[in-house]
Design a protein around this ligand. Structure first.
Ligand SMILES: Cc1cc2nc3c(=O)[nH]c(=O)nc-3n(C[C@H](O)[C@H](O)[C@H](O)COP(=O)(O)OP(=O)(O)OC[C@H]3O[C@@H](n4cnc5c(N)ncnc54)[C@H](O)[C@@H]3O)c2cc1C
Length: 408
């Protein structure tokens, strides 16, 4: 019999951990995974595509029944882990049962933040995190339905796109001066805003939400200026909060997320945390790639191999069909950096590369691409590898094919 490994949270990080661990050390652990959603893990990233009806629910499946069975994983679905007794090494479940562990992994993800606005609990006000949320949005959004999305970040815009595709008249309310300010500079954000406008999505920037009004369900949003915007559906996409409450209640060290070291170990050596619930070197990531990198490192540790997680470099794509957008690393340009910019207004193509001088030579520190993202992953490779770019500098902005050919 292997050691008992209990994983709390059956999401994307947990599934990847099971995949990597069972490949590295088959049979070393007797794995039990507890999930509070009514179904096993699915590809949450594709929820936007599901909302936009670009994929079906079946396409979201991460692993089928046979896959889990082949790894002898015990899955408990629709059940919340409600307590951890660290001294006794036991997890308590919402159905009253208990589970003993030798090693415990927290992979509880995040909660969608709900702004504490008056009226936020009215029916028709929703968040965007689960399959049920998508079903709720699709149920209400019909041709001509007035809809509001609060939040002009990645998730908000993907929600707006999905609702607009269903025929809803969508207004995006964003408090900042540009869309996706964490991924885009002003020029790229403005190109994006124009593209959304052409699709009938109204974007209101520097707009402060004050009150959600309605009698028995949402009827609209009042801005701080007093202006009222009607809505039959209001989606809040204003960010996420790591689901760290269980860890906190059990006395593990937490900040925004559950604090972990480079081995993904929490303040209890028998408990690890990965994915959106974990905070590593001050960062709680909200994307799937860091969760996967963390899962791989943790799998190595649990398999008795050494590995370090040193943080992830973020790259973002927007899943709005017909809009190509890619951003990675430092896309604004810290002091001491230099920007290479290509902007073809007619073709609506914009590329900005940030060059950083180092002692070894010049490297790429970040990029933002709009309209033509074909070279995004190559730029990401250059950023990650800290590749010296002097020999291809003159062609770098035109992409891999030209730059590598000339440099050769
Ligand atoms: C609409 C949408 C679009 C996205 N698009 C992208 C994208 O384009 N690119 C990208 O990189 N990322 C994207 N993300 C983010 C990505 O989905 C997450 O980064 C990823 O799912 C994180 O994996 P996780 O396992 O940490 O969390 P989750 O996948 O959320 O899994 C955590 C699971 O744990 C469960 N749980 C929590 N507490 C308990 C408990 N006490 N007991 C039992 N179960 C519990 C939760 O209900 C959940 O099922 C998107 C997210 C959303 C919602």
């Amino acid at each position: 019999m292997g050691k008992r490994l209990v994983i709390i949270g059956n999401g994307m990080a947990a599934t990847r951990l099971v995949r990597d661990l069972t490949a590295m050390a088959p049979g070393a652990y007797e794995i039990t995974i507890i999930g509070n959603e009514p179904r096993p893990a699915y590809n949450r990233v594709l929820l936007s595509s599901l909302l936009a009806e670009d994929v079906t629910e079946a396409d979201l499946s991460l692993q089928n029944e046979a896959w889990w069975q082949a790894r002898s994983v015990t899955r408990i679905t629709g059940c919340q882990a409600t307590g951890i007794d660290r001294a006794a090494r036991v997890v308590t479940l919402s159905d009253g049962k208990t589970l003993a562990y030798d090693r415990l992994v927290l992979a509880t993800g995040s909660h969608a933040i709900r702004l504490p606005l008056p009226g936020a609990d009215l029916p028709g006000v929703m968040t965007f995190r689960t399959i049920e949320d998508v079903a709720n949005m699709r149920h209400v959004a019909k041709a001509g339905t007035p809809a509001i999305v609060i939040g002009g970040g990645l998730l908000g815009l993907e929600a707006a796109h999905g609702l607009a595709k269903a025929g809803a008249c969508v207004t995006v309310i964003h408090v900042m001066d540009r869309l996706m300010e964490r991924q885009l500079d002003l020029t790229a954000a403005d190109l994006l805003r124009r593209e959304l406008a052409a699709r009938g999505i109204t974007v209101r920037l520097e707009a402060n939400s004050q009150t959600i009004f309605g009698n028995s369900r949402v009827e609209g949003l009042r801005l701080a200026t007093g202006e009222e915007i009607p809505a039959e559906i209001l989606v809040m996409a204003v960010g996420i909060r790591p689901a760290a409450e269980l860890a906190k209640a059990t006395g593990l060290e937490t900040n925004r997320g559950i604090l972990v070291d480079d081995a993904l170990t929490t303040s209890d050596p028998l408990i690890s945390a990965i994915g959106e619930c974990a905070e590593h070197r001050g960062i709680a990531y909200g994307l799937v790639e860091p969760a996967y990198e963390q899962a791989r490192v943790l799998a190595s540790h649990l398999a008795g191999q050494s590995a370090q997680y040193e943080g992830s470099l973020l790259a973002t794509n927007l899943k709005v069909s017909g809009v190509s957008l890619f951003s990675a690393g430092d896309f604004i340009g810290a002091s001491g950096t230099e920007a290479l910019v290509f902007h073809d207004r007619g073709l609506r193509i914009y590329k900005k590369l940030i060059l950083q001088p180092t002692e070894q030579g010049t490297v790429l520190a970040g990029c933002v691409l709009y309209g033509d993202t074909a070279d995004g992953l190559w730029y990401l490779e250059l950023i990650r590898g800290q590749t010296l770019i002097e020999s291809m500098r003159s062609d770098l902005i035109f992409g891999r094919a030209l730059a590598e050919q000339k440099a050769a």
